[in-house]
Design a binder for this molecule. Structure first.
Ligand SMILES: NC(=O)c1ccc[n+]([C@@H]2O[C@H](COP(=O)([O-])OP(=O)(O)OC[C@H]3O[C@@H](n4cnc5c(N)ncnc54)[C@H](O)[C@@H]3O)[C@@H](O)[C@H]2O)c1
Ligand SMILES: O=P(O)(O)OC[C@H](O)CO
Length: 338
C-alpha cells in the first residue's frame, strides 16, 4: 500500500459519493461533506447513499460530516463536486478553512451561468490560497461506484497536484492520467453535456447507429472548434476527457444529460423533465452559454444552434435537421476542428 492521505470531498451527490468511495477503498482517511444531516447519518451508519447511488454498498471506512470545517481540517487534498450553479457559494464557505497550498480538485462539469467562468476560475477567485487541478473523463458515477473499469484525467499547472491525485485515486478499476491542459480538460467536460442532450433526443426518435455515429463525430468537431477558439489544446479533445467522455455521455442512459434529451425527444416539457430528474444536468445551462458565446465570437456551431432552436424557440426537430443537413453539405469540410 502506498502513502495514506487525509482527503475530503465536498458534495453529497452521485459523483462526490462515487469518488469518496474510491478513496476509502484505497485506504485514505476520507471524509465526505454534505449539507443534509439525514444523509450524513445514512452514510455513517448504513454505508449507503440511496437517493444518489441506489443499491450501492459503500466502503464502511468512508465517513460523512455536515461540518465543513471538520471535514477539511488538515487535509492534503480536497475534491470539489458541487453543481456549477452553487459552486461559488460553497467555495466561499470554504475560504477560511483551507490552509495555503492545499490541493483542490474540481470535478464539476459546468460553467458559471452569470459570468461564463469555468469552475477553476471561480475557485481561484474565491480560494486563491489553494493549488488547483481539474478532473474529467468518462466517469459515470454509478459505474464507478460499482467498481467498473474506467480512466480519468487530472490536469493542473502544478505537476505535483497530478501525481498526488494519481496516488490518491488510482486503483485496479480506475486509471488516472495526468496532463497540463487544465482549460481544455475542464471545457471538454462541460461542453459534451450539450451534445449528450442532442444524442438522447436522437435515440428517443429512433435514429440509427449511423446517425448517432455522425452526431458524436460532428459534436467532437464542433466542441473542439469552440474550445480551440477559446485557447484549449485540440489534442485534449482526442483523449479521455474529450472524445472519451463525449462518447459515454452521448450513448449511456445513465447520463442525466442524455436522459433529459431522451425525454425531450418523447415530447415532454423541459422544465418538467429537469424537475423530475432530481439531479443536475449541466448541459441545459451550458447550451445557453455556448449559443451566446458562439454568436459573439462568430464560431460555426450548427448542432448548438439546432438544439437551442428546438428547446428555446420551439422549432420542429424535422425542420432543424433539414436545415442542418443542407448547411453541412454546402459549408463543411470533414476536418476535425476547422
Ligand atoms: N454523476 C456523474 O456521473 C458525474 C461524473 C463526473 C462529473 N460530474 C459532475 O460533478 C458535479 C456534481 O454532480 P453530481 O452528479 O454529484 O450531482 P448530483 O445532482 O448527483 O448531486 C449534487 C450534490 O450537490 C449538493 N449541493 C447542491 N447545491 C449545494 C449547496 N448550495 N450547498 C451544499 N451542497 C449542495 C446536493 O445536495 C447534492 O448532494 C456536476 O458538475 C457533474 O457534471 C458528475
Ligand atoms: O450524468 P451526466 O450527464 O452529468 O454525465 C455524467 C458524466 O459526466 C459522465 O462522465
Amino acid at each position: 500500500m502506498g502513502k495514506q492521505y487525509k482527503v475530503a470531498i465536498i458534495g453529497g451527490g452521485s459523483f462526490g459519493t462515487a469518488i469518496a468511495n474510491i478513496m476509502a477503498d484505497n485506504g485514505h482517511d476520507t471524509c465526505q461533506w454534505m449539507r443534509t444531516v439525514a444523509r450524513v447519518d445514512e452514510v455513517n451508519e448504513l454505508h449507503t447513499n440511496e437517493v444518489y447511488l441506489p443499491g450501492i454498498q459503500l466502503n464502511p471506512a468512508l465517513r460523512a460530516s455536515s461540518d465543513l470545517k471538520e471535514a477539511v481540517a488538515a487535509c492534503d487534498a480536497v475534491f470539489f463536486s458541487i453543481p456549477s450553479k452553487s459552486s461559488r457559494e460553497v467555495a466561499r464557505q470554504l475560504a477560511d478553512y483551507l490552509a495555503p497550498g492545499t490541493i483542490l480538485v474540481s470535478t464539476t462539469k459546468g460553467i458559471e451561468f452569470d459570468t461564463n467562468k469555468l469552475m477553476s476560475e471561480v475557485l481561484k477567485e474565491e480560494l486563491p490560497q489553494v493549488r488547483l487541478g481539474v478532473m474529467s473523463g468518462p466517469n459515470l458515477a454509478k459505474e464507478l461506484a460499482a467498481r467498473m473499469i474506467t480512466g480519468t484525467v487530472i490536469a493542473s499547472a502544478d505537476p505535483e497536484v497530478g501525481s498526488v491525485v494519481q496516488d490518491i485515486l488510482q486503483c485496479s478499476y480506475f486509471r488516472v492520467y495526468a496532463g497540463s491542459d487544465m482549460y481544455g480538460v475542464e471545457l471538454a467536460g462541460a461542453l459534451k453535456n450539450v451534445y449528450a442532450i442532442t444524442a438522447g433526443m436522437a435515440a428517443a426518435m429512433g435514429c440509427g447507429h449511423n446517425t448517432i455515429s455522425m452526431l458524436v463525430t460532428r459534436s467532437l468537431a464542433e466542441m473542439s472548434r469552440y474550445a480551440v477558439m477559446k485557447g484549449a489544446d485540440p489534442l485534449t479533445f482526442l483523449g479521455l476527457a474529450g472524445v472519451g467522455d463525449l462518447f459515454v455521455t452521448c450513448t449511456s442512459p445513465l447520463s442525466r444529460n442524455y436522459r433529459v434529451g431522451y425525454e425531450l425527444g418523447q415530447g415532454r416539457d423541459l422544465n418538467e423533465v429537469v424537475e423530475s430528474l432530481g439531479q443536475v444536468a449541466e448541459g441545459v445551462n451550458t447550451l445557453r452559454l455556448m449559443k451566446e458565446q458562439s454568436e459573439a465570437l462568430g464560431i460555426y456551431m450548427p448542432l448548438v444552434n439546432g438544439l437551442y432552436d428546438i428547446i428555446y424557440n420551439g422549432r420542429k426537430v424535422s425542420e432543424v435537421i433539414g436545415t442542418m443537413m443542407c448547411a453541412e453539405q454546402n459549408r463543411d469540410v470533414e476536418f476535425i476542428i476547422k
